[in-house]
Design a protein around this ligand. Structure first.
Ligand SMILES: [Zn+2]
Length: 407
C-alpha cells in the first residue's frame, strides 16, 4: 500500500503557486489574501475528497473522514502560512501529505475504526502575529482566545479582524478536542537526515527552550571628544555578551545550542557612543537540566561583561518551554510505518517548535521528519527531494492506518 506520488507532487506544485516568489520560494503570511487563496484551495480539495469541513474560532480548518465507529479521530495536521521569502515545504508539505493520506485511504477503499481528520492551523510561523503557533496554543488552552484575537501585526491590524475579513472566523469553539493520535509530517530544518542519507526521521520529542532578553544601559556621548578612558559603551558590553553566549555552548557542549539573534542599538548612528542596547538570547537543549546549568552561566557572563564596561543592565528570563516528549505508542506506530515503507530512518529530536508541541499537551502526538537540503529552511532555497517526500508520506499514511485501525 502506497500513496500516489504523482498526485502528491501535483498538489505541492499547485498550492506552491499561491504566494510564489520570483525565485521559487513562498511568501504567504498568515491571514493575507494569499493565505485565503491557499485555504480556499485546501477546502475545495478537502470537500472533493468527501471530508466534512469545519472552521473554528481561530480559523483552524478541520476536515473529517468518518470512521466506522464514533471514536476520537486520528488527526493529521500542520500549517500553510509561511515566513516572508520562505520556502514551499515548511508546513505546506505536512498538510498536503495529510491530504494525500486521505486520498490514498479512499483509493485503497480502506475503512478505519477511528475517523481521520486533516487539520490546518492558523498562523504557525508567528511571522505576522506573535506568538508563533498561536492557534494550536489557544486550542491547547495555553493562550487565551482574547489575547490571540488582540494580537496585532506591524501595521496594527488585529488578528480577529483579518480572520473575519478573509472569511475564516469560524463558529466552532477553539478548545481541546479529543483525538486518538496527532500526526505531523514536517521538514527537518536541520542537516542530520541529509548528512546520514536517510529519508525519514522518527521524532521522539521537541527540545527544551529558554528565551531571555537583556537591556544594557551605557552612557551615550559623542564619538569624537569623549576619551576612551571615560566611556561606558553599551555595545562593547553587548559584544562581550554575544561572545559569552557562544562560549556557554562551547563549555557545556553536547547538544546545547545558543543564539543571539536580535540586537538593537540606540541611537545607532555613526558618531555616537551607543547608550542603550537590547538583545535576545535563545538557548535550546534536549534536556531541561542542561538549560538549568546554562542560565546561571548566562547570568555570570552578562554580569562580568557589564562590570568590565561599567554599565547597568536588566536581564529577564521570560520564556521557557520544557522538553516535549512525544507519546511512545505514536512514536512506535511511526517506526513500524517507516520500516514498512522501506524508508531508511532514525530517531531524532526537533530543535524547532511545531503545532505538535501544543497538541502533545492535549493528547498522544508524534512527528515525522523528512530531509531539508543543506539543512536549510525559512528561505527560498528550502527543498526536499520527491523520493524522500514519497517515503515520508507513505510512512504518514501507514502510521495513520495503524493508529486509526483498519476495519
Ligand atoms: Zn513549520
Amino acid at each position: 500500500m502506497r500513496i500516489d506520488r504523482k498526485r502528491l507532487e501535483q498538489s505541492i506544485d499547485e498550492l506552491g503557486k499561491i504566494g510564489e516568489t520570483p525565485r521559487g520560494g513562498l511568501t504567504r503570511l498568515a491571514l493575507t489574501d494569499d493565505d485565503r487563496r491557499g485555504r480556499d484551495l485546501m477546502v475545495r480539495w478537502m470537500r472533493e475528497a468527501g471530508l466534512r469541513v469545519t472552521v473554528d474560532q481561530m480559523g483552524n480548518i478541520f476536515g473529517e473522514r468518518a470512521g466506522a465507529e464514533r471514536l476520537p479521530p486520528v488527526m493529521i495536521g500542520s500549517h500553510i502560512d509561511s515566513v516572508p521569502t520562505g520556502g514551499k515545504y515548511d508546513g505546506q508539505l505536512g498538510v498536503l501529505c495529510g491530504l494525500e493520506t486521505i486520498r490514498a485511504l479512499d483509493q485503497h477503499r480502506i475503512r478505519t475504526r477511528h475517523p481521520v481528520t486533516l487539520a490546518i492551523f492558523t498562523n504557525e510561523e508567528g511571522a505576522r502575529f506573535q506568538p508563533a503557533m498561536i492557534a494550536s496554543g489557544v486550542m491547547a488552552g495555553k493562550i487565551a482566545l482574547e489575547d490571540a484575537y488582540n494580537a496585532r501585526d506591524k501595521d496594527g491590524i488585529r488578528l480577529v479582524d483579518e480572520l473575519e475579513r478573509i472569511g475564516y472566523l469560524g463558529a466552532e469553539p477553539c478548545v481541546p478536542r479529543p483525538f486518538r493520535a496527532y500526526l505531523e509530517l514536517h521538514i527537518e530544518q536541520g542537516p542530520v537526515l541529509e548528512e546520514e542519507g536517510l529519508a525519514v526521521g522518527i521524532v521522539d520529542g521537541i527540545v527544551a527552550i529558554a528565551w531571555s532578553r537583556l537591556t544594557i544601559h551605557g552612557v551615550q556621548d559623542h564619538a569624537g571628544p569623549t576619551p576612551m578612558r571615560i566611556r561606558h559603551d553599551a555595545l562593547v558590553a553587548a559584544a562581550d555578551v554575544v561572545a559569552g553566549v557562544r562560549g556557554i555552548a562551547r563549555e557545556i557542549g553536547g547538544d546545547l545550542v545558543t543564539t543571539v539573534g536580535n540586537l538593537t542599538v540606540h541611537p545607532n548612528i555613526v558618531n555616537a557612543i551607543p547608550g542603550k542596547v537590547t538583545l535576545s538570547i535563545d538557548m535550546r537543549d534536549p534536556r531541561g537540566e542542561t538549560l538549568d546549568r546554562a542560565l546561571p552561566r548566562l547570568d555570570a557572563a552578562v554580569r562580568e561583561a557589564c562590570a568590565r564596561e561599567g554599565v547597568r543592565y536588566e536581564l529577564e528570563h521570560y520564556w521557557r518551554v520544557p522538553h516535549t516528549p512525544f507519546a511512545p505508542d505514536v512514536v512506535a506506530a511511526i517506526e513500524r510505518a517507516a520500516v514498512a515503507s522501506g524508508a531508511r530512518h532514525r530517531h531524532i529530536l526537533s530543535g524547532a517548535g511545531h503545532d505538535a508541541q501544543y497538541m502533545a499537551a492535549i493528547g498522544p502526538a508524534g512527528m515525522i521528519f523528512v530531509p531539508s537540503r543543506d539543512g536549510r529552511s525559512h528561505c527560498e532555497e528550502e527543498f526536499t527531494p520527491m523520493d524522500d517526500i514519497e517515503r515520508g508520506a507513505t510512512t504518514l499514511f501507514l502510521a495513520a492506518v495503524d493508529l486509526a485501525g483498519r476495519v
